[in-house]
Design a protein around this ligand. Structure first.
Ligand code: 6PG
Length: 254
C-alpha cells in the first residue's frame, strides 16, 4: 500500500491518467487485454476527461480495453445519477472502445439480486472463467472513498461487507439517493492486480487519516476491507484530502 499526494484535484486526475495509460500498456503487452473496473462519483470524472483527450487518449489501445464498474445506482443508464452514464459521457463515447467490451451493471432492473448475479456471470464470461468459482483478477480497479468511509457501494454496517463468496450483490445505501445499488464485493476487489483509490477534497481528510492511521474497523470504514491479496494498492490524494496526515503518516503510507 502506498500514498501519493498531488497538489490539487487536476494534478490528481493527470497522475491517475498517467497510471491508467501505463497499466493498460503493460496489461495488453502481458495478456493482450486490459480489464478495468471504473468507479462513480465526482473525483473520477476529471480522470475520465483527461483520458478522453490528448495526449492520454492516443496512448491507449482502446480496442483491447474492457470496462466494468465497481458499483451502479438503481437508475436507467441514461439517468444523470448513473455511473455508466457519467463514464459514457466523459470518456467512453469519446474513445474508440468496442461496444461489446463495455460491461455495464443493469442496476435499474427490479430484481436487483438477480441482476447482481447476472453481472457476476457477465464478468466470468468476459474473463473466460467459471462464474461460480474463484473471482478473476481485474488489471485495474479504480475506487473512490466517501467521507463516511464507503467505497464502491460498500456502506458502513451493511451485510454486503461480510460477503465472502459472491462477486456482486445488491445493497440499499443509507440516506443516499438513489438508495438501491449493485456493488462488487471484497472477494473480487481484493483479487485485483492493481487498485487506485482517488481521494480529493478537505471533506475526506478526517476519514483518510482514520483509514490510514487508525484501527482496522471495516464495519465503520468499509474501504479498509480493500486489501489486495497479491496486487498493489496506491492511494492518490490531493493536498486537501491529505491535510490531516502528518508527514510521518504520509511517509509510513508510502
Ligand atoms: C458511487 C461510488 C462511490 C464513490 C465515492 C466517492 O457510485 O457513488 O462509486 O463509492 O466513489 O462516493 O465519490 P466522490 O469521488 O464523488 O467523492
Amino acid at each position: 500500500m502506498s500514498l501519493s499526494v498531488l497538489p490539487d484535484a487536476d494534478a490528481l486526475a493527470r497522475a491517475a491518467a498517467e497510471q491508467f495509460v501505463e497499466l493498460a500498456r503493460a496489461s495488453i503487452l502481458a495478456r493482450g487485454r486490459f480489464m478495468v473496473a471504473l468507479s462513480g462519483g465526482g473525483t473520477p470524472r476529471r480522470l475520465f476527461h483527461c483520458l478522453a483527450a490528448a495526449p492520454f487518449r492516443d496512448r491507449v489501445d482502446w480496442f483491447r480495453v474492457q470496462v466494468f464498474w465497481g458499483d451502479e445506482r438503481g437508475v436507467p443508464p441514461d439517468h444523470p445519477d448513473s455511473n455508466f452514464h457519467m463514464a459514457a459521457a466523459a470518456l467512453l463515447d469519446r474513445v474508440p472502445i468496442q461496444k461489446r467490451n463495455v460491461h455495464r451493471i443493469a442496476a435499474e432492473r427490479i430484481d436487483r439480486p438477480s441482476a447482481a448475479h447476472d453481472y457476476q456471470l457477465e464478468i466470468a464470461r468476459a474473463f473466460e472463467v467459471d462464474g461460480e468459482g474463484r473471482p478473476p483478477p481485474f488489471d485495474l480497479v479504480l475506487l473512490g472513498m466517501g467521507s463516511d468511509g464507503h467505497t464502491a457501494s460498500l456502506f458502513p454496517g451493511d451485510p454486503a461487507l461480510r460477503e465472502g463468496r459472491r462477486w456482486a450483490v445488491s445493497v440499499e445505501a443509507p440516506q443516499r439517493p438513489p438508495p438501491s445499488r449493485i456493488t462488487l464485493t471484497a472477494p473480487i476487489l481484493n483479487r485485483a492486480r492493481e487498485i487506485r483509490v482517488l481521494v480529493a477534497g478537505a471533506d475526506k481528510a478526517a476519514t483518510l487519516r482514520a483509514v490510514l492511521t487508525g484501527p482496522h474497523e471495516p464495519e465503520r470504514t468499509p474501504i479498509q476491507l480493500v486489501r489486495p491479496e497479491d496486487g498493489r494498492m496506491i492511494w492518490l490524494a490531493d493536498e486537501a484530502a491529505a491535510s490531516l496526515l502528518t508527514p510521518r503518516a504520509q511517509v509510513a503510507a508510502r
